[in-house]
Structures are given as C-alpha cells and as structure tokens.
Write a protein that binds this ligand. Structure first.
Ligand SMILES: [Zn+2]
Length: 307
C-alpha cells in the first residue's frame, strides 16, 4: 500500500560527499530522490548536522558550507525538488519538498541575529541540540549535569516562533526539554525519537514528555534507528501502538533518520509501503496510517511556517 510520506528527519545532505548523486538510484545508503519517490515520498526534512567537534565560528562556517551546497543542489534539480519555505510550499506539485533543518544549534553561536540569517537562507526547523551542550541548551549526552535552556536559548526559541521556524526537541536532555516547555508558546515536535517505556534509551521520550508535546499540538515522529527501537520492525510497531494509546494517532509522525544511522528497521526510503502494510496488518485504519505518514506533519507545519 503506497501512502504519501512526510519524513521528519534524514541526514543525506551532510552525509553525502557529492549531492549530485542523490538524483540517481544509489545502491549504498538509505535515501535518494528515486527511492524516496518510489516509497511515496513527497516531503523531507533534511538536516544540516554539525558534528560536535566544531563550535563557535567553525560550526557557523560548517553549517554555511552545507546550506550553500544544499541550496545549489535544489537549484540544479528544480524540476525534481523544491524548498519548503512557507505554508504554501507544502502543497504537493509533483516535486519532492525539502525542508531544511539545522540539527544542533551550535552554528548560531547563541545569537538571535544568526538565527535570522539562517532563516533568510531557508532554515525552517531547529533541533535545539545534538547530544552535547551548546549555547542554547544541553543534549541528552550531558547526563546528570544537564540544565535548562540558557537565556540565549529562550531568546532563540521566541525568535523561532516569531519567524516561523519549527522547534525540534529530539536530542534534548530532559531538563532542557521541560525548561523549553515552560517558555514555548507554540507547538514543538520531536523529529526522530521513540518511547522510553517501550525501549529504555535516553534518546527516547518519557510518556510525560510525549503527552506534553501532544497537549500543545505538537507531533512525536517515530524513528527507525535500531537502538532507539530496541528490536526489529515488529518492535517498531509496538512504539506506534504505545503512541496511539498514549497520545492518539493524531499526534504521531515518522522521522526515519535515513543516512544518519546503521541498519534502520525499515531498510531504505523505498520501503515505506512495507511499513504501511505491516501497520495495516495489526488492524490500523488507512485514515490513521495517513495521519502517521503525512497528515499530522502537514497540519503541524501549516501552523508553524510563515505564510
Ligand atoms: Zn539525530
């Protein structure tokens, strides 16, 4: 069963050395335009991931370099892909929509004006941290020492809401998460996280976190990373079923982490129909599969993006 797919997270844009290859059907990696379209792909949040070894001006330069080559790639392939910059761009026109996301805020150097610059360059989603600490908040890797959002973090979140940039909580430490929930006025989302009660991994969300996201109108996007799933595709279905019980199908989405992990439980971007079939077989309605596959994220970004 082929259902249109809105994937909330992949890493192909910073993982691939040469972006030109993404228009071909590749035999390595998980994601390219051909396989994604074959799987029903229409919308892709593509991360600009800055490795933890870079900070300050080096992180800024690294992100700029990768945004520029992403923009160039979109420009060169404008018959196949387009950037999602506004609510209007969510309308499918036969091309795959790319929504650029900054994964880890270290390139911002804690400065609101740099966020505004990245917005002008097309960034429409901000994953506040990766696993380490940055100027805005602490990631899950910081452990017990993790604190809440810094003053710069609060200012950046407020500016994201003003500009129309989605705030992503995946990778955030629990303390930073709750501190964010105190100041966020608009819905936030988790681009690639599962449920901790199903698989006890620090990158997964507690039930309280997932409920808080859903109560604000946000989305939890389930991911195929094997260590966050805690098993195979069958175990992934357990995360989905838990999510339905906890927050309802209307608050769930998908965030593959294709090209960002090894051996995802769904093998590649063309495999989404296999997932739709497997979910259908456990008795989930086509309407709920559509919610999970794209409708919820479309609704979320219609609320979030600028007009
Ligand atoms: Zn990630």
């Amino acid at each position: 069963m082929k259902v249109a797919v809105f994937d909330a997270h992949n890493d192909s844009l910073t993982e691939r050395e040469d972006l030109n290859v993404l228009t071909q059907r590749l035999s390595d990696g998980h994601w390219d335009l051909i396989r994604f379209a074959e799987g029903g792909g229409r919308w892709q949040i593509a991360a600009i991931f800055t490795p933890p070894k870079f900070s300050g001006i080096e992180a800024f330069a690294y992100a700029l370099h990768h945004i520029e080559r992403a923009l160039e790639w979109v420009e060169q392939n404008r018959d196949k892909v387009r950037l999602i910059l506004s609510k209007r761009d969510l309308q499918y026109d036969g091309r795959i929509g790319i929504l650029l996301s900054l994964e880890g805020a270290s390139p911002l150097m804690g400065r609101v004006e740099v966020l505004r610059l990245f917005f002008r360059l097309g960034i429409r989603c901000l994953t506040l941290t990766w696993n380490h600490r940055n100027e805005l908040a602490d990631g899950v890797g910081v452990g017990e020492a993790a604190g809440g959002l810094t003053e710069a973090g609060k200012a950046v979140v407020a500016e994201c809401e003003k500009l129309g940039i989605a705030v992503d909580v995946s990778h955030l430490s629990e303390r930073s998460f709750w501190s964010l929930m105190q100041v966020a006025r608009k819905p936030v989302f988790a681009s690639h996280s599962n449920f901790r009660v199903v698989c006890d991994h620090p990158r997964n969300l507690t039930d309280e976190q997932a409920k808080a996201i859903a109560e604000k109108g946000g989305i939890v996007c389930l991911t195929f990373v094997p260590s966050f799933v805690g098993g195979d595709l069958t175990k992934f279905l357990n995360h989905f079923e838990h999510g339905v019980k906890l927050v309802g199908a209307k608050s769930l989405g998908l965030g593959s982490d294709f090209d960002g992990c090894k051996d995802p439980v769904l093998p590649e971007a063309s495999s989404f129909p296999q997932l739709a079939k497997a979910i259908g077989e456990i008795g989930v309605s086509v309407a709920d599969i559509r919610l999970l596959f794209h409708s919820n994220l479309i609704r979320y970004f219609r609320q979030t993006l600028p007009t």
